[in-house]
Design a binder for this molecule. Structure first.
Ligand SMILES: *Cc1c(COP(=O)(O)O)cnc(C)c1O
Length: 336
């Protein structure tokens, strides 16, 4: 089975499991789990932030950021297709009374700065109070440019707004741009990072930011039932991943690139754009239903038009995938 539906599908490797088995633990609700403390300190250090909080999921760490920055009646601005707005159960509205206001991402995965400026509400009691702007990096596999990020940060400072990055895959962005992850975190007040995606952990995310915001988030995490006790067992997988798996993301990007490059030889298969990181999206003209059925028959799972490459996709898997695509191409060629 080759599962390209998501990079969440990675399973822990032997050495990761061994690190988990050997983890020193304590009660993290008492602040006494040395492995969790080490993971939080290490995460803060490499992202260039003062503090970090280990969370159950990316959804939880995004929610904690929103709840920490905003009060009831405040507004946050996010992309129309942003994970935090579309795919997190409306948590900010349900649990925080925080109103979302959405803008379209442009083709580079940015919120256009002019539109952003227009969206910020004036100090007038007819409006909710604009408090926070959320970006995503990577956004649908695309990497936000450094120039854009700097202009964004300047604008946030000028408008006196807070900023949060849904950096579920921010390490993919850092590796693709060959910059330290701290450079990509610097423009934001808080950043949420998934350990359970390309980095290969079975569970867990990290929220990083300043001491005060993370202190609030820690209180809220407890309130949401996210106070975990001997969490060092799972936190050890996070430490292992941050020390061993970041550079491996480059291989996922190469796998996606290899498939993209080869696809240009096929008549029946084309992708919307060359991959910037680990994701490919089928072009609109491809009949994904027919292709996906053929792939499924040959043990390959994809999710709609999205193909995601990750640690559990070997080089041999990529070759097999290309072989099946080539067979499909020969089959349908007379029909095109
Ligand atoms: C996966 C993902 C999340 C949340 O992750 P969970 O750990 O599944 O809650 C947040 N944002 C983006 C962009 C994601 O891809």
């Amino acid at each position: 089975m080759i599962d390209l539906r998501s990079d969440t599908l990675t399973r822990p490797t032997e050495p990761m499991l061994e690190a988990m088995m050997r983890a020193e633990t304590g009660d993290d609700v008492y602040g006494e789990d040395p492995t969790v403390n080490e993971l939080e300190a290490y995460s803060a250090k490499i992202t260039g932030k003062a503090a970090a909080l280990y969370t159950t999921s990316g959804t939880q760490s995004n929610l904690l950021a929103l709840l920490s920055h905003c009060q009831r009646g405040d507004e946050y601005i996010a992309g129309q297709d942003a994970h935090s707005y579309q795919f997190e159960g409306g948590g900010a509205a349900v649990l925080g009374g925080i109103q979302p206001y959405t803008l379209q991402f442009n083709e580079r995965g940015e919120l256009p700065l002019e539109a952003l400026k227009q969206a910020v509400k004036p100090d007038d009691f007819h409006y909710a109070i604009t408090r926070l702007v959320c970006l995503e990096n990577t956004q649908a596999g695309k990497v936000l440019g450094l120039t854009y990020l700097n202009l964004f940060a300047q604008m946030m400072a000028n408008l006196n707004l807070k900023s949060h990055l849904d950096g579920a895959r921010v390490f993919n962005a850092a590796i693709a741009q060959k910059v330290p992850v701290a450079t990509l975190c610097n423009p934001f007040d808080t950043i949420s990072i998934c350990l359970s995606k390309g980095l290969g952990c079975p569970v867990g995310s990290i929220l990083v930011g300043d001491e005060e915001t993370i202190h609030r988030a820690r209180r809220l995490r407890k309130m949401l039932g996210g106070g975990m006790r001997q969490a060092g067992i799972i936190a050890a997988s996070g430490l292992y991943a941050l020390r061993n798996n970041i550079n491996k993301l480059a291989q996922d990007h190469e796998k996606a690139k290899k498939v993209y490059d080869k696809s240009t030889e096929f008549k029946s298969l084309s992708f919307a754009a060359a991959p910037e990181t680990n994701m490919l999206f089928l072009a609109q003209k491809v009949d994904a239903d027919v292709l996906n059925l053929y792939l499924a028959k040959h043990g390959i799972k994809v999710s709609g038009r999205r193909w995601v490459f990750h640690l559990d996709i070997s080089d041999a898997d990529v070759d097999y995938l290309l072989d099946i695509c080539s067979q499909f191409d020969r089959l349908v060629d007379p029909l095109i």
